[in-house]
Design a binder for this molecule. Structure first.
Ligand SMILES: C[C@@H](C(=O)O)C(=O)SCCNC(=O)CCNC(=O)[C@H](O)C(C)(C)COP(=O)(O)OP(=O)(O)OC[C@H]1O[C@@H](n2cnc3c(N)ncnc32)[C@H](O)[C@@H]1OP(=O)(O)O
Length: 374
């Protein structure tokens, strides 16, 4: 297997997996404490790189990237199962690293310096080896994501500065992810709650398991979405539906989600959301997805059951990556105005985060802070 090596990643050519150990560098000596990590309040306009490294110190879990060069699909796994894959600070930093890696892979962009992206800045690569066409965001252990890790929030981040840092980084990461010249799908199994529901809106499409539940719980938390989800939700389902979902915090079942255009597909009875997402993406990737199915099954690194087809079989004809990426760029170019709306959403979030209603919600005992179906 051929391999690239860089200071941070080991990237084999066929199935690429980025795994992260403890951070290799620390910004200040304050981080080197053993149990009680200290959250450093840095200036509001500190470079996002510093914000990322600050957050990296907080909490556990991981976010992992796998690239399957045979099927042309990248997978991003949210992995914090004991906390329903909610995002620790560490996971936020790792997701930002992964978006960097994908930008480097598919774009001639060195613009990974943490500036807020304004519209489309990436110029797509056309080289054959930069072959990834689609990306699936999914969660470990049959659930998607329960938003921000509230244990990290309680112990480190209830200050205005904490909310501001987190929101700045997540807006930047999800905007860059949303603007990648790849077709992205959220494979939603189980719960997508709070920031988890927001994360699904950063994908181009959503494929839901029959039993998936989506809930924008922010009103119950005394806040508005902190990761850009209100803006994206409104563009997705329209102003009326968005206001209803956000304002009532009602639980969205897979069928309701399909009805209002939030979901693009519901997984069939015996299939996981991940397997259905692979099939969904195959329509963008292969010229004849029907006849490419055995190949996809053979080489799937997601949820599809493998077939016995010869593993060395050549790939069926695929759409040219530059065409697919170009199409995505054209579509993104229509929402250049979105950046202004996102900035306003972040301003409102920061004004509410750490306020009386938010503090009361976050301090409720765990039994009273669940957002599951009654
Ligand atoms: C910042 C904002 C934003 O969008 O901008 C946000 O995201 S605010 C974050 C919004 N998210 C939430 O409020 C989600 C709160 N969680 C829930 O409502 C519930 O846990 C469900 C996700 C519906 C799952 O209920 P279910 O009864 O199936 O499981 P459970 O409650 O026993 O959860 C299993 C374990 O995961 C933990 N757990 C669940 N959600 C968590 C979260 N967001 N942060 C930290 N831990 C969490 C539980 O405490 C529990 O730990 P133990 O086993 O140790 O007891």
């Amino acid at each position: 297997m051929v391999a690239h090596r860089s200071a941070k990643y080991f990237i084999p050519m066929l199935h690429t997996r980025l795994t992260y150990s403890r951070p290799v560098f620390a910004i200040s000596r304050q981080y080197t404490t053993t149990k009680t990590t200290i959250f450093r309040e840095i200036p509001e306009d500190a470079p996002l790189r510093d914000v990322r490294e600050n957050l990296r110190q907080l909490g556990g879990g991981s976010v992992e990237l796998t690239m399957n060069h045979r099927t042309s699909i990248a997978y991003i796994l949210l992995n914090n199962p004991s906390k329903k894959n909610s995002f620790s600070g560490k996971m936020m930093a790792e997701l930002a690293d992964i978006v960097d890696a994908l930008e480097k892979h598919v774009c001639d962009s060195e613009g990974v310096d943490g500036t807020t992206p304004e519209g489309v800045k990436a110029v797509v690569k056309t080289k054959e080896q930069e072959d990834i066409r689609g990306v699936i965001l999914h969660g470990a252990s049959e659930t998607f994501c329960a938003g921000f890790d509230l244990s990290v929030a309680r112990s480190h981040m209830l200050s205005k500065a904490g909310g501001q840092q987190m929101s700045r980084l997540m807006h930047n990461t999800f905007t860059r992810f949303h603007n990648l010249p790849l077709v992205s799908v959220a494979a939603v199994e189980g719960y997508a709650i709070g920031g988890g529901a927001e994360a699904t809106t950063a994908c181009d499409f959503r494929v839901l398991h029959r039993d998936a539940l989506v809930r924008f719980v922010h009103a119950n938390m005394g806040i508005v979405p902190g990761w850009g989800g209100a803006n994206r939700l409104t563009r997705l389902v329209g102003r009326r539906n968005a206001l209803r979902l956000l304002g009532t915090t009602e639980i969205l079942s897979a069928e309701q989600a399909l009805e209002i255009g939030f979901a693009d597909e519901i997984a069939s009875e015996d299939e996981s959301a991940l397997a259905s997402s692979e099939i969904f993406l195959s329509r963008f990737i292969f010229e004849d997805p029907e006849s490419a199915l055995p190949y996809l099954k053979q080489h799937s690194s997601g949820g599809l059951n493998s077939t016995t087809e010869d593993a060395s079989s050549p790939p069926p004809p695929m759409h040219a990556p530059e065409s697919l990426r170009g199409l995505k760029q054209c579509v993104i170019a229509t929402d250049l105005e979105g950046a202004k709306g996102l900035a306003e959403e972040r301003r409102v979030f920061v004004s509410l985060w750490g306020g009386p209603a938010n503090l009361a919600a976050v301090s409720r005992p765990p039994s009273k802070s669940k957002h599951r179906k009654k």
